[in-house]
Design a protein around this ligand. Structure first.
Ligand code: GYE
Length: 323
């Protein structure tokens, strides 16, 4: 059969319209696609955080493209650029460090893809570069750790109380904020002195290694360890034991996160207190993403509610812990 030129044109046109009509309908039903760039897998906290995000995406029917940056900012930048190239509906990420995000966030904005920060903050001159930030108040966590110590040292008669500090990842929001919050509070007691402070990168292995170095340099002259997370504290506890000292007694151990491993250490009498930091951000993040994509007005800052758990309540609280 032969068709005239015009008939052929009309046929092609209607086929194109039909297929675009179909793709519009299927687009409307398409699940929301989220690109998520995770810091890494450095701690128990992070594992709980990743699981929470993956589970919540599944439950919310959101297609999740999850990229692990292995604690490297350059990997996060690459992941974000690839999400932009794939034209995802929304980008969320937990920035490993605070600075250096302007360029890539401007690229996301130019592509009209909203960005949600989870867990850690960024410093940018233009706040419109992200839609919302959901996570803990790390300065307050540091203050809580400091306040616990101020109370605890009232029982101690030492002329000076030497503190060693294991910092989180250099340049990360939780490391900077937990340090400053703690210092703000302990400054009122001149007996309290931070004699060493170094990064343990939020990992057990590095926490142990750095604590070994502290012990070597200071001998028995350390009364308190303040670790910016539980994993580093747990690594350091091993180092303290290997040095023939009793963690929790000879050296008070304070940390942050409140993961199960910390509760186990408290029950064993090796950790004195953990300040809670909630990693279960997944459900709130998915809701927020759906709202942002739907064009709803959302809060620019959403803070998670958290507590403090001293060793005395560890046995009672352990069964309630979800991470
Ligand atoms: O405390 C630590 C993790 O950003 C709050 O990162 C998070 C921190 C958490 O590696 O364990």
């Amino acid at each position: 059969m032969r068709f005239s030129k015009n008939a052929r044109r009309a046929f092609i046109l209607s086929a194109v319209l039909l297929s675009s009509a179909f793709s519009t309908t299927s687009w409307a039903q398409k699940p929301l696609v989220m690109g998520f760039s995770q810091v890494g897998a450095e701690s128990e906290w992070r594992t709980a955080n990743s699981n929470s995000i993956k589970d919540a995406a599944k439950k919310a029917g959101i297609t999740l493209k999850f990229a692990d940056a292995q604690q490297k900012q350059e990997n996060q930048v690459k992941a974000i650029r690839s999400f932009i190239a794939q034209r995802v509906d929304v980008i969320a990420f937990s920035p490993v460090v605070e600075s250096g995000w302007e360029t890539v966030l401007r690229e996301a904005k130019a592509a009209k893809i909203p960005v949600i920060l989870t867990d850690r903050a960024v410093t940018v001159s233009d706040p419109s570069l992200f839609a919302s930030f959901i996570g803990s108040d790390f300065v307050e966590e540091g203050r809580r750790a400091g306040r616990w110590l101020l109370e605890r040292v009232k029982k101690m008669s030492n002329a000076t109380i030497n503190i060693v500090e294991l910092q989180g990842t250099v340049g990360s929001a939780p490391a900077l904020d937990r340090k400053s919050g703690f210092e703000q509070v302990i400054v009122v007691n001149p007996k309290l002195k931070i004699i060493r402070s170094q990064t343990g990168d939020f990992t057990r292995a590095k926490g142990k290694e750095v604590m070994e170095a502290f012990l070597k340099a200071q001998g028995k002259n350390i009364q308190v360890l303040y670790a910016h997370n539980d994993d580093m504290a747990i690594g350091a506890i091993q180092a303290i034991e290997e040095a023939g000292l009793k963690p929790g007694q000879d050296i008070l151990v304070i940390s942050i996160d409140g993961v199960k491993g910390a509760f186990e250490a408290m029950i064993a009498g090796k950790l004195n207190v953990t300040v809670e930091c909630n990693p279960l951000l997944g459900p709130q993040l998915m809701q927020l993403a759906a709202d942002v994509v739907a064009g709803k007005t959302v809060q620019k800052r959403i803070t998670t509610l958290e507590g403090v758990f001293p060793a005395e309540v560890a046995v009672k609280e352990f069964p309630n812990r979800k991470y």
